[in-house]
Design a protein around this ligand. Structure first.
Ligand SMILES: Nc1ncnc2c1ncn2[C@@H]1O[C@H](COP(=O)(O)OP(=O)(O)OP(=O)(O)O)[C@@H](O)[C@H]1O
Length: 773
């Protein structure tokens, strides 16, 4: 495809479209007013039992969500019109569907996700899908500011000039717009290859491979909106999870789904995937790599088994003054009994405790009931039972159980493991000392993202000993049943027995309609949290669909977590194996997916590709492609859809001036329109951030991209984009990362308009395409 420059939109038909668009806004106002009334009515109802509370909450949630969607649709409500060969009325396409008040079949506005809207994105002159003309309508507020037409007629003399992009001028206007630090939706200009992915079947694992700027993130988010629309009921119950590479990235994309009217989605990065824990401490890449290896499954399992100890030497327990010996063999017997009861450590613990009590009680009985004349034990079954109870209540026995089979949380297991050289050595037999040393750390060290899969793995093996909660729940249920029965008895007792007529004796009482169990059920408290809230708080929640962005970065251990969250394997994974930065990440999709999902050709997963770069101008992509090739990647860089005419440049400075020179150039670029990022090797992050801040006080080192320029490592810049990018010390980036060429490639491709490179020493040959300054 050739790159194209923006064309001037023509403004025919603006007045006519204004009339229609005004009508749509009136309709939107009516629907909104009606929904507000319904919400007020739902809020005004006074529920008398928990079931009614649940119903009221559901109604409130439904109407509130609808209002959110209607509000979101206000801006850019209608953006397209299709004139068809055989339809006498045009079909209008917009952010939501709006039906006519008279209930006529053809809606006033078709939701962009509905099948009827698809030709707006995919019709071409060769496959016109019944469409004669496609019109792009641009609005500001409620005012139509331009219309742009495309005829889908093979005889159109202008056809040869076209680039193959749908709504080319509207698209280019969107791509050339300055960035705000927050991603926006692309619903007006989705391209055909993107649309096919957005609407692809939800079943199975869909992998979307695409170079930088091909719209993978945009496609993933619009696919989420599409799936919520198409499978609303199912996903409303099971939830949809979107996993991104970092909290900064999640903030960057956070507005997109709400702008499409969708709010019920869980957004998380690996470090926040475990409810109740925030694990964002930085970590050396080689440590994260070791923690991400599949062999950690065996390490965690060995760590758990290591806590199911046998004794080094016999223990002597003193029960009511009587010494009882508990031997190594006793401990081993109790352990194997517990292991046959449950595979899960905490669940097997009560069985272990029972076995210990049995063994100790047996010995205690043997001692106390010993027949000095050599006959059978003198104690009867009642005495034995009493002695067993005594043993079960004995603190020394509890202490022994705690020592040999402690109740463990995942956190405690891993803290103890990493802080103890003995435990680590036992759990990592066959490892090199160097690898083992990478895992060692003090007990108080903060959690990192790579710990999350290990904690989850541990949970899978520990289970919970919830016998106490279960019996509490049983007691609570019994209490409810008793209360309910009393209530029914009271109602029954208060009923008049002095019937005057036959009819009255036929009257139904509460007791006839409902038994105690039914009433108790109704009184049980209902969980009124939304699906997304419940899902985010529950480690064992399984989602209806999971979308993973920058999926190439995930380690083998992280994949296990995500696959557990989605047993149906309804997943969309987007990423670029040429941008993998972490050593634990993927260099090919087959390498990461085959172990879990089987080979691609046996339908374990399917791969689709995006081929056009919408972000990075052709001038910058030329240079980035050289870096990619020099790194030995077998992927080719996606082709840019536009050029800016602005050449990327390089400036050589002395080593001792790097931070200052970068700060000076950053201040210069900051004066240009739009956002700015300075991308540096990790080792220069602090110095460069300080220098830039001295000249541009609003500069930050991450977080809110809307506040001012940001200074980032290549890793932290993943998935983001900026109008201007300044890369400092490219050789530092090449040598510092485990996959240095990928990191430099990521850094260079973040720019939507301008790129500069500041380098101490010579320029690496792969950057020779930059203009010297
Ligand atoms: N069809 C489109 N219409 C308008 N803008 C688009 C379209 N497709 C992509 N874009 C824009 O291109 C830019 C890059 O998109 P996105 O961030 O989704 O790419 P990506 O493939 O995830 O990139 P990377 O791998 O580098 O993170 C964004 O600004 C996005 O809004």
């Amino acid at each position: 495809m050739s790159t194209v420059r923006p064309a001037e939109p023509h403004d025919d038909g603006i007045a006519a479209e204004q009339i229609y668009v005004t009508g749509l806004h009136q309709r939107l106002d009516e629907v909104r007013a009606r929904t507000v009334t319904r919400l007020a009515e739902a809020l005004a109802t006074v529920p008398h039992n928990p079931q009614a509370i649940g119903e009221r909450e559901a109604a409130v949630e439904l109407h509130a969500q609808r209002i959110v969607a209607l509000d979101a649709a206000e801006s850019g409500l209608c953006f397209g019109r299709l004139d068809r060969h055989d339809g006498d009325r045009p079909r209008y396409v917009g952010r939501i569907g709006l039906g006519a008040e008279d209930g006529r079949e053809e809606p006033l506005l078709v939701d962009w996700r509905a099948p009827a809207a698809q030709p707006f994105y995919t019709a071409t002159p060769l496959h016109d899908q019944g469409v004669r003309r496609r019109r792009h309508i641009r609005t500001r507020g409620r005012t139509v500011v331009s219309v742009t037409d495309e005829t889908l007629d093979l005889d159109d003399p202008d056809l040869a000039q076209r680039s193959g992009l749908a709504g080319e001028s509207v698209l280019l206007a969107a791509l050339n717009a300055t960035r705000t630090g927050r991603m926006s939706d692309i619903v007006r200009t989705i391209q055909a290859e993107q649309d096919r992915i957005i609407r692809a079947d939800h079943r199975g694992v869909l992998v979307v491979q695409g170079g930088p700027g091909t719209g993978k993130t945009a496609v993933a988010l619009h696919r989420a909106a599409y799936l919520l629309y198409t499978h609303r009921e199912r996903l409303a119950r099971s939830g949809l999870l979107i996993v991104g590479p970092s909290p900064t990235f999640l903030t960057y994309i956070a507005d997109v789904l709400p702008s499409l009217g969708e709010t019920g989605v869980v957004l998380a990065d690996l470090g926040s995937l475990r409810p109740g824990l925030t694990a964002h401490a930085p970590e050396r890449p080689e440590v994260a790599e070791v923690k991400g290896r599949a062999t950690m499954v065996a390490v965690v399992a060995a760590a758990v088994r290591g806590r199911q100890a046998v004794l080094d030497q016999p223990a002597t327990l003193t029960i009511d003054g009587t010494p009882v010996r508990f031997t190594k063999a006793d401990a081993a017997r109790a352990r194997s009994r517990a292991r046959t009861v449950s595979r899960l450590h905490n669940e097997a613990r009560p069985a272990f405790a029972r076995a210990v009590v049995d063994l100790v009680a047996q010995k205690y009985t043997d001692v106390l009931g010993q027949n000095v004349l050599g006959g059978a034990n003198l104690l009867g079954s009642g005495d034995r039972a009493a002695l067993r109870q005594e043993v079960a209540a004995e603190p020394a026995v509890h202490a022994l159980v705690d020592r040999l089979w402690p109740r463990l949380t995942a956190e405690r297991l891993l803290r103890d493991l990493f802080a103890s050289p003995q435990r680590l050595a036992a759990a990592t037999r066959g490892w090199s000392d160097a690898d083992r040393a990478l895992l060692a750390r003090p007990t108080a060290a903060p959690w990192t993202p790579a710990d999350i899969p290990l904690l989850e793995e541990a949970d899978e093996l520990l289970g919970v000993d919830d016998s106490a909660q279960r019996s509490a729940a049983r007691r609570e249920r019994d209490r409810r049943l008793r209360d309910a029965q009393e209530t029914l008895d009271l109602l029954h007792g208060s009923r008049s027995t002095d019937w005057e007529t036959e009819d009255e004796s036929e009257e139904l009482s509460a007791g006839d309609l409902l038994d105690a169990e039914g009433l108790a059920d109704r009184q049980e408290e209902r969980d009124t949290r939304s699906t997304a809230q419940r899902a985010a708080a529950d480690r064992t929640w399984t989602y209806g669909h999971v979308i993973v962005d920058e999926a190439q970065e995930l380690s083998a251990m992280a994949w296990r977590v995500l696959l557990r969250r989605c047993p149906t394997r309804s997943m969309t994974l987007v990423g670029d194996v040429a941008q993998t930065g972490s050593a634990a990440g993927a260099s090919s999709w087959a390498e990461v997916l085959e172990p879990a999902l089987g080979p691609r050709d046996r339908q374990g997963w399917r791969l689709v590709e995006l081929t056009v770069n919408y972000r990075t101008p052709a001038e910058i992509m030329e240079v980035a492609a050289e870096v990619l090739a020099a790194g030995g990647a077998d992927a080719s860089a996606a082709e840019s859809v536009r050029s800016t005419g602005e050449r990327p440049w390089a400036r050589q400075v002395a080593e001792e001036q790097v931070a200052d020179a970068v700060a000076a150039d950053a201040a210069g670029l900051d004066a240009a329109e739009g956002t700015l990022a300075v991308i540096v090797p990790r080792s220069r992050l602090t110095a460069v951030t300080e220098a830039v801040r001295a000249r541009v006080p609003s500069a930050t080192a991450d977080g809110d991209l809307t506040a001012g320029p940001v200074v980032l490592t290549p890793e932290a810049s993943k998935g983001l984009e900026f109008d201007s990018v300044l890369v400092a010390d490219p050789v530092g980036i090449l040598t510092e990362g485990v996959r240095g060429h990928n990191d430099l490639y990521v850094a260079l491709t973040r720019a939507t308009q301008r790129l500069g490179v500041v380098h101490p020493g010579g320029l690496p040959p792969e950057l020779k395409g930059l203009d010297p300054r």
